[in-house]
Write a new protein. Structure first.
Length: 165
């Protein structure tokens, strides 16, 4: 067997296959906690995710009626689907334990906290989403974080030029 991904796009060892990530969320939010949740999808959505036709821009998760729900995630239409395809931006139920949902509900009650999706991936053949419980950064905080990242990048480049590691 060849090394890497199988014919169907799955990692043969059952590892993760990244579909999309939300880098903007890492910049705009101070992530304090991460949570993995399963996604309830229809067949054409799974096919579109395997083709990496998804975007997390502007999406968020919320708890309603003691269920975790993902809002605003775009999953593109699957070309081979019939007219019974899926709606691109619909609410999608997320699967998590009741205890985790209750704990998150308590933390989301504090002002400024929100659940943002960080990445969507396949793990063991199942679609998963990684949620981050975070607090929004102020504009000044974002600028400070950006300066730190630039300084770190420049320091690494300088060390690479001098041959140190």
């Amino acid at each position: 067997m060849t090394k890497g991904k199988g014919k169907d796009g799955k990692d043969p060892k059952g590892g993760e296959l990244l579909v999309c990530s939300n880098n903007r969320a890492l910049r705009d939010y101070e992530i304090e906690e991460r949570l993995e949740a399963g996604m309830v999808l229809v067949g054409s959505e799974v096919k579109s995710l395997r083709a990496r036709a998804a975007d997390l821009e502007g999406s968020y998760a919320a708890i309603s009626h003691n269920e975790l729900v993902l809002h605003g995630m775009h999953i593109g239409p699957y070309a081979q689907a019939t007219h019974f395809g899926h709606e691109a931006k619909r609410q999608r139920k997320l699967l998590a334990h009741k205890d985790e949902i209750k704990r998150l509900l308590g933390k989301l009650g504090a002002p400024g906290y929100t659940l943002v999706p960080l990445k969507v991936y396949f793990k063991g053949g199942r679609a998963k989403v990684e949620l981050g419980l975070g607090k929004g950064r102020k504009r000044e905080d974002r600028r400070e974080q950006l300066k730190k990242e630039i300084d770190l990048r420049e320091a690494k480049a300088a060390m690479a030029r001098t041959g140190r590691r």
